[in-house]
Design a protein around this ligand. Structure first.
Ligand code: NAD
Length: 325
């Protein structure tokens, strides 16, 4: 019987698919991230055929070594795979897969939720009400900014970035600029979007800057003291990609000094920690890496991860392969 290790409990549909296939499914009994040495202990000598892992698991050569030569695939329960050492996987002939597409809508919605919330000062207003400060309607009370008809700068026009851009154009009549290493002329024509080959040009013009690049050496600290200073003083920065794409300390400084108008972020440089300075700033909204967190999407991510494992163990090419054998 083939054996699968799941590093943390996920919604049931993916696990049910694996069991229906006749596999033995062993789930980490603790509802928390396993420490590195615990993960090694869970894997060592167990001869699992596959591991379903999470973005909170750092998967490197020691983890592959602990899993042993029986393991064919590590199926990541995320679209990003910056937690996995791909070179080490290739060296050991381990397949790596991710869960793209099924979370696009949910992450795009969360991006808009953040954009609307920071522009309309929703978190501040909610706190204001809870604190009993509301004494009646006022013409100057908690004035925000309009999203409609403003300019959105998308950094990374991939699956999620393109959907955010589409909602911006269709739902809010926004002007869309984008910066990417690849140009997409079909998208430009369909949505009247404008390519900016230079990030600075996008930053100069955008009222909202939304980050959708993967975390790579080339995107680490893409937003830093220099690039933040290129943004409009009134502009808002939204990040639902990966925390290290923004230099968090530089962002705190930029907010404190009024270099940008505000920020709304779902991901942090050293999760689960966040820059302590954020706590005292009204100009930032923070959510705990929940951009894909709806019941349905988390179920679908489990199903995709399970299908990748089943394909790999039944001798087929997994649909969402990141590393080829
Ligand atoms: P994708 O691969 O479809 O799109 C990424 C885009 O970024 C591509 O168009 C690519 O060409 C571009 N890009 C890559 N390197 C670049 C660079 N150096 N400069 C400019 N552009 C560059 O990915 P996706 O499915 O849209 O997901 C984007 C990222 O969002 C994921 O990698 C993941 O890290 C993150 N994500 C976060 C959550 C969350 O819960 N907050 C959920 C899903 C995805």
């Amino acid at each position: 019987m083939k054996k699968i290790f799941v590093t943390r409990l996920i919604p049931d549909r993916g696990l049910a698919l694996l069991k229906k296939q006749g596999y033995e499914v062993v789930v980490n009994p603790e509802d928390r991230v396993l420490r590195r040495e615990e993960l090694i202990m869970f894997l060592e000598g167990k001869n699992y055929d596959a591991v379903l892992c999470l973005l909170t698991d750092k998967i490197d050569k020691d983890i592959f070594a602990a899993a042993g030569s029986q393991v064919k695939i590590f199926a990541n329960y995320a679209v990003g795979f910056d937690n996995i050492d791909l070179a080490a996987a290739r060296e050991r002939n381990v397949l790596i897969t991710n869960t793209p597409d099924v979370l696009n809508e949910t992450v795009a919605e969360h991006t808009f939720a953040l954009m609307l919330a920071i522009a309309h000062r929703i978190a501040e207003a909610d706190q204001f009400m809870r604190d009993g400060k509301y004494k009646g309607w006022g013409p100057m009370l908690l004035l925000g900014a309009d999203v409609s008809h403003s300019t959105l700068g998308i950094v990374g026009l991939g699956r999620i970035g393109a959907l955010v851009a589409k909602h911006a154009v269709k739902g809010f009549d926004m002007r869309v600029l984008y910066y990417d290493v690849k140009r997409n002329e079909d998208f430009e024509k369909e949505f009247n979007a404008e390519f900016r080959p230079n990030l600075d040009d996008l930053l100069h013009e955008a009222d909202f800057v939304s980050i959708h690049v993967p975390l790579l050496p080339s995107t680490k600290h893409l937003m830093n003291a220099d690039t933040l200073a290129k943004m409009k003083k009134t502009a808002y920065l939204i990040n639902t990609s990966r925390g290290p794409v923004i230099d968090e300390h530089a962002l705190e400084q930029a907010l404190e000094k009024g270099i940008i108008g505000g920020a709304a972020i779902d991901v942090f440089e050293n999760e689960p920690l966040m820059d302590l300075g954020f706590k005292n700033l009204d100009k930032i909204i923070v959510t705990p890496h929940i951009a894909s967190a709806t019941e349905e999407t988390r179920q679908k991510m489990g199903e995709v991860a399970a299908r990748n494992i089943i394909a790999a163990l039944e001798g087929q090419t997994p649909p969402n392969l990141v590393v080829m054998k």
